[in-house]
Ligand binder design. Structure first.
Ligand code: ZN
Length: 130
């Protein structure tokens, strides 16, 4: 039985992070769809079909590229939340400003009165209360 499954899966892409995300989303959609909105139920089924299509696909290179795109997007989202978490933890010691010229994020210590901030990226100077 196990040998049959290994032969069946050889040359196929298999499970990855994107498939995990798709299967989790499809499960949530199916449960929500069964309880509230029937449209979500069918969307969940479509996601599940797409998830199994990816797992059983023989086009490994294309599935790998899809997973890389997903991981880049996931990294952006988790990075955004990680930045917010760090800022929240440091909110009593530091103040965050954005450079008016280039948009660079700048962190300055709190409680120093009105200070001149020099952007390390473009050397623009501006006054802010810290
Ligand atoms: Zn700047």
């Amino acid at each position: 039985m196990k040998g049959w499954f290994q032969r069946f899966m050889s040359g196929r892409y298999g499970f990855d992070r994107f498939s995990g995300f798709l299967s989790t989303c499809s499960l949530i959609f199916i449960v929500l769809g069964a309880l509230f909105v029937p449209f979500l139920y069918f969307l969940g089924l479509l996601l599940l079909i797409y998830c199994y299509f990816r797992i059983l696909s023989c086009n490994i290179q294309k599935r790998y590229q899809e997973n890389l795109k997903y991981l880049a997007l996931e990294g952006k989202v988790t990075g955004w939340f990680a930045t917010r978490k760090i800022r929240f933890q440091q909110r009593k010691e530091y103040h965050y400003y954005r450079c008016p010229h280039c948009g660079q994020q700048l962190r300055v210590p709190r409680g120093r009165g009105k200070i001149s901030i020099t952007c390390p990226k473009c050397a623009t100077q501006f006054l802010k209360k810290s």
